[in-house]
Design a protein around this ligand. Structure first.
Ligand code: GDP
Length: 477
């Protein structure tokens, strides 16, 4: 996903600024210009980018900051807040209530992924115990009903539509009534899309909306829409009361910046993102963890969820206890690493090199892992392996979302370090040489890795919240 590259560019800009000897007006401007360029390249609307730059400058008044202030942290926080603000319209969308009747209408251009997303949305809720139903009010596109029917049947979700009726309003009303009678609590109405915005589409949408009185209208937008996103989203918003946005095809090669523009245009939050064609390739969208991951600041709660999936129940409290005490030791890190290996595609890389990493000292083991992982990168150059592992690793503090892009083995190598610096002395010259010999890599690379490892360990040690999570018993619930 190309948004990940945006995150990488922004993180690099911040990093470069941090490396400057003094953080003055020039360092700040260079950083902001770099971020501006990255956002524009990602198709974020020009006005939004300009506003963001102005806001950050207003917040970060270097003259007013006393010498003791940590300027780097303040600037980073301001950038984080502004990016969150872009994606957060400040008010949550209507949240359907389980057990009550909720009518949700989907709108969007043809091909945006609307019909697919209707089923994903229904399926997502069905898995959580809701009773969803699908109504096909798309009478414009031949085959729309068949598509919905096929998806619905696969997911065992009741559906309604007609091959003969040409009035979408009539179908929508009949469908909603039927499912209300059947006590469905989430009635999803799929409407027609067109290739481009046109008056008849908006009129039809307006009529369906008026007749079915939806509790929520969701605008579905293809992430590849680019700079047109703002105008398009705004046009929909002007015709119907769009209350939420779902961005599809985030797994593709779209620049994704249009997502930010759509939020600004509709003043509605992104609630889910589509990450593939399959029913379950659908993720809840949360602004802060998303931006946090984008900037390489980690997403601990997401990470914890993942860990919960893979760490055996009986080991969870102990692991959390260690983390909450700030004991992010080499042993803990190594265990974490092993758990990460179980997380799908990334695991394949490591399982292939199990023998190599089994013997030897912990530190060497981890380094072997790192080297071997990079050498096995090709194994992941299939389908969506890269995206998936990026998602997992971007949840770790210190890793940005553009971890290990295809064909960038060296870069990847420099990013997949998660070790402990509780005893950096462990790593002396002879040990580095031994590792270099053992792994067949130049000593320089081992040294670089160690530096990177220290950086990540520091990022971990700065992370707050683990302790709180441990106390809340998040991991054992
Ligand atoms: P509609 O015309 O807006 O109803 O669009 P469809 O639901 O028919 O989707 C158009 C195409 O996009 C189909 O081939 C879908 O499988 C595909 N699609 C939908 N959502 C996603 C997604 O999140 N990722 C990917 N890769 N493809 C998607």
């Amino acid at each position: 996903m190309v948004l990940a590259q945006l995150g990488g560019s922004i993180s690099r800009a911040i990093q470069q600024m941090s490396n400057a000897t003094v953080i003055d007006e020039k360092a700040l401007n260079d950083c902001l210009n770099e971020i501006t360029r990255a956002l524009l390249q990602s198709d974020v609307q020009f006005k939004l980018v300009r506003d963001m730059q102005t806001n950050i400058k207003k917040i970060v008044n270097l003259d007013d900051l006393a010498a003791g202030h940590n300027k780097r942290k303040i600037i980073q926080q301001a950038i984080f807040n502004e990016l969150c603000k872009m994606l957060d319209p400040g008010k949550p969308s209507f949240a359907p209530k389980k057990g009550k009747t909720n009518v949700v209408m989907f709108v969007g251009l043809q091909g945006s992924g609307k019909t697919t997303t209707c089923t994903k949305y229904a399926y997502y809720h069905q898995k959580k115990g809701w009773k969803p139903a699908l109504v096909c009010a798309d009478t414009f596109r031949a085959g729309a009903f068949d598509q919905l029917k096929q998806n619905a049947t696969k997911a065992k979700i009741p559906f309604y539509g007609s091959y003969t009726e040409s009035d979408p309003v009539k179908i929508a009303v009949e469908g909603v009534e039927r499912f209300k009678d059947e006590n469905c609590d989430l009635i999803i109405v799929d409407t027609s899309g067109r290739h481009k915005q046109e008056a008849s589409l908006f009129e039809e949408m307006r009529q369906v909306s008026e007749a079915t009185r939806p509790d929520l209208v969701i605008f579905v937008m293809d992430s590849s829409i680019g700079q047109a996103a703002f105008d398009q989203a705004q046009a929909f918003k002007q015709s119907v009361a769009v209350g939420a946005v779902i961005i599809t095809k985030m797994d593709g090669h779209a620049k994704g910046g249009g997502a930010l523009s759509a939020v600004a245009a509709t003043k509605s939050p992104v609630i889910f993102i589509g990450t593939g064609e399959h029913m379950d390739e659908f993720e809840v969208f949360d602004v802060k963890p998303f931006v946090s991951r984008l900037l390489g600041m980690g997403d601990l709660s997401g990470f914890m969820d993942k860990i919960k999936e893979v760490v055996p129940m009986d080991q969870q409290p102990e692991l959390l206890q260690k983390l909450s005490e700030g004991n992010f030791t080499l042993r803990v890190m190594y265990e974490q690493f092993q758990n990460l290996l179980k997380m799908g595609p990334i695991g394949q890389v490591f399982f292939g090199c199990g023998n190599m990493i089994r013997g030897g000292h912990e530190m060497e083991q981890v380094f072997y892992c790192l080297f071997l992982c990079n050498h096995s990168n090709n194994a992941l150059d299939q389908e969506d392996g890269d995206d998936k592992k990026s998602v997992v690793f971007s949840m770790l503090p210190g890793f940005s979302a553009d971890l290990m892009p295809k064909g960038h083995e060296k870069e990847g190598q420099a990013k997949i370090k998660q070790l402990d610096n509780s005893n950096p002395k462990l790593m002396n010259e002879s040990r580095m040489m031994r590792i270099a010999r053992g792994s067949g890599r130049p000593v320089r690379e081992v040294m670089e890795l160690f530096e990177e490892y220290k950086r990540i360990a520091k990022a971990w040690s700065n992370m707050k919240g683990l302790g709180k999570m441990a106390k809340k018993g998040d991991m054992s619930s």
